[in-house]
Design a protein around this ligand. Structure first.
Ligand code: AVJ
Length: 328
């Protein structure tokens, strides 16, 4: 088992806080529509709450995508071929990765995650499950350009971006991210990407507003994290979780709505909110096969194949890095 300590590319200030978190929160809270980027959900508590979400009856995404990887593994493997370095963006601690690794005979596995503890735990679990597979974890924010470990430099790559995480980004940012991935993965790379599909809006709203309130806790944890890490005094329990369907952009939005006029400070800066005013915390875009294909193409990836779960709630697409643009 090859299991190096891993590359660490996440910055920390004197208090152990990523300075990009402070900057994003202070800028986001100063906007007319307050907003904090969704990637800051995933501290250790947030990552654990997300794991709980994936087990909720309402949250079909994880089960649907796992079913696709189970039932279509053979066809995927035939198109992907053996000997690639699998580079997973935002590895978390999923069950999907072993399904993929077991079917394609990869040459190495490179999980990239911003949450160091989850990264190390899942990398160690995978290395134990696949003795002989070199595992090279990278603790990094994949939104910035990630330098891959030297050990996989000569190998063809398969990017793996499951979970419909691409849906968290507005189209301009999603396109940038796909281009960044293409640049990091190199010529001849493939990308296996999961996207949640447009469907009945009630089913979508329930998936983001579950009966047990786990998604509400996940949403509110962002405020607790701000209080913990950025010297905040936000009255967390005065905020209500909201899930909304934005039809123009085909996306679920999560917000935290102030239940009364209130004020708080973060990092020594004062903020005030009126009753009903919200902090926008997440977009989760939903796709059709065509809209996903168009986004991939805009990001420099040519869609090659698409698989669905039996209920057609979710899709996994395989795309190939476009050669540098020639025609038309
Ligand atoms: C991990 C980004 C795919 O958008 O469905 C789950 C996160 N947010 N419930 C999603 C999430 C609320 C999730 N992704």
């Amino acid at each position: 088992m090859t299991m190096p300590k891993g590359l660490k590319l996440v910055e920390r200030d004197a208090g152990g806080v990523d300075p990009a978190f402070r900057a994003d929160v202070l800028i986001g809270l100063a906007q007319p529509q307050k907003a904090v980027p969704a990637r800051w959900f995933y501290d250790d508590a947030g990552s654990a709450l997300f794991e709980a979400i994936t087990r909720l009856p309402e949250y079909y995404l994880t089960r649907a995508e796992t079913a696709i990887l189970e039932r279509s593994a053979g066809k995927m493997a035939a198109l992907i071929g053996p000997g690639r370095a699998v580079v997973e963006f935002g590895s978390g601690s999923s069950l999907k990765t072993p399904l993929l690794l077991a079917s394609i005979a990869p040459a190495a596995y490179v999980p990239i995650d911003i949450s160091g503890d989850f990264l190390r735990a899942s990398a160690a679990a995978l290395a134990a499950k696949f003795p002989g597979l070199p595992v090279h974890p990278v603790e990094a924010d994949f939104m910035r350009r990630v330098e891959l470990p030297g050990e996989v430099a000569g190998l063809p790559k398969l990017g793996f971006f499951p979970g419909s995480t691409i849906g968290n980004f507005v189209p301009a940012t999603a396109t940038d991210l796909l281009r960044t991935m293409r640049a990091a993965l190199g010529e001849g790379a493939l990308l296996l990407i999961g996207v949640d599909l447009v469907k009945d809006r009630r089913a979508l709203l329930c998936a983001y507003d579950d009966a047990e309130g786990v998604t509400a806790a996940f949403n509110r944890n962002l405020l607790s994290r701000i209080n913990r890490e950025l010297e905040g005094d936000i009255p967390v329990d005065r905020f209500a979780h909201q899930a909304r369907w934005n039809d123009a952009y085909a996306r679920i939005e999560m917000h935290l709505a102030a239940q009364e006029d209130l004020a708080f400070s973060v990092s020594g800066k004062r903020f005030a909110m009126r009753r009903g005013e919200t902090i926008h915390t997440e977009n989760s875009h939903k796709f059709t096969r065509r809209s996903a294909g168009l986004l991939l193409a805009a990001g420099g990836w040519e869609p090659r194949a698409c698989w669905y779960d039996p209920a057609r709630r979710f899709a996994v697409l395989l795309a190939e890095a476009c050669p540098p643009r020639s025609a038309p």
